[in-house]
Design a protein around this ligand. Structure first.
Ligand SMILES: [Zn+2]
Length: 90
């Protein structure tokens, strides 16, 4: 009896922890629809009109041919510009 009362009193104090049992019924849906953070990994794109790819390395040979400005952007931004992953450095 004393133990039961003790457990009951304790459970009231720790409701926040005991209210979340680890069941497998919880599904996390935040992976696909959440936009990537702006501080993600950077890729390099050439601002020239003929450029079509984004590069993993700033020293990529495909990027060295760029005669325009090289910009460091996120992958999402590069894909938004219509760029594809470079075959040489990816
Ligand atoms: Zn490249």
């Amino acid at each position: 009896m004393l133990l039961a009362a003790l457990l009951f009193g304790t459970s009231l104090a720790t409701t926040a922890q005991t209210a979340h049992p680890h069941h497998h019924t919880t599904h996390y849906r935040t992976t696909a629809t959440r936009p990537p953070p702006s501080t993600g990994p950077k890729v390099y794109v050439c601002s020239g009109g003929s450029a079509y790819a984004y590069h993993n390395y700033e020293s990529c040979s495909g990027l060295n041919r760029c005669t325009h400005t090289v910009n460091a952007v996120t992958v999402a931004e590069a894909e938004g510009m219509g760029r594809r992953a470079c075959r040489k450095c990816y």
